[in-house]
Design a protein around this ligand. Structure first.
Ligand SMILES: [Zn+2]
Length: 177
């Protein structure tokens, strides 16, 4: 069985309110094929409340994930804390309507929240993420620093060696005289 099926929420038997607990670990991140996160541990509490015309999904996520530091590429721990509410309505077919409204199929009356959970976590990762100053893996940041210097030197050398074609023409003219 695909472990993502564990994240199917059936709306059929919810009379007033129902609470679900999940613990997202490495298996979860590999099942959703996350490129960025492979290690993490996040506790999820989902409270589903039945309203007159929809279901309210209230999520609490708390834990941490390990992601590669931009500077030294070593893993760093990033705390994750999310409190978010979605409105889930039954409709023709599953779709994400945006504005935190989700349509769950009125055929199956269930909704799989795996991707929703992953998105909430991924959105918490800042575009730039690095260790605090001085906490980067020393060896690796030295290597990267050297690579950067090498790349810069190579670029400078290249610029020197390629000459302006107009000069080449001029040189030809002078050589021929
Ligand atoms: Zn670092």
């Amino acid at each position: 069985m695909n472990i993502l099926e564990n994240y199917n929420i059936s709306l059929k038997n919810i009379k007033e309110k129902k609470t679900f607990d999940f613990n997202l670990t490495n298996d979860f991140f590999s099942a959703v094929e996350s490129a960025e996160i492979s290690i993490g541990n996040i506790d999820v509490i989902l409270t589903v409340t039945k309203k007159a015309l929809f279901f309210e999904f209230l999520f609490h996520l708390k834990g941490n994930v390990q992601i590669a530091c931009d500077r030294c590429l070593e893993l760093m721990s990033l705390p994750i804390k999310v409190d978010k509410t979605f409105t889930v309505k039954l409709g023709e077919e599953y779709c994400d309507e945006g504005d935190d409204i989700i349509i769950a199929s009125n055929q199956s009356e269930e909704i799989n929240i795996a991707w929703l959970l992953y998105e909430m976590i991924a959105l918490e990762i800042p575009i730039q993420h690095k260790h605090s100053d001085g906490e980067c893996e020393k060896a690796m940041s030295d290597i990267l620093q050297n690579c950067l210097v090498d790349a810069n030197n190579a670029l400078k050398k290249e610029n020197k060696e390629t000459t302006d074609p107009r000069w080449d023409k001029l040189k030809n003219i002078l050589d021929n005289n």
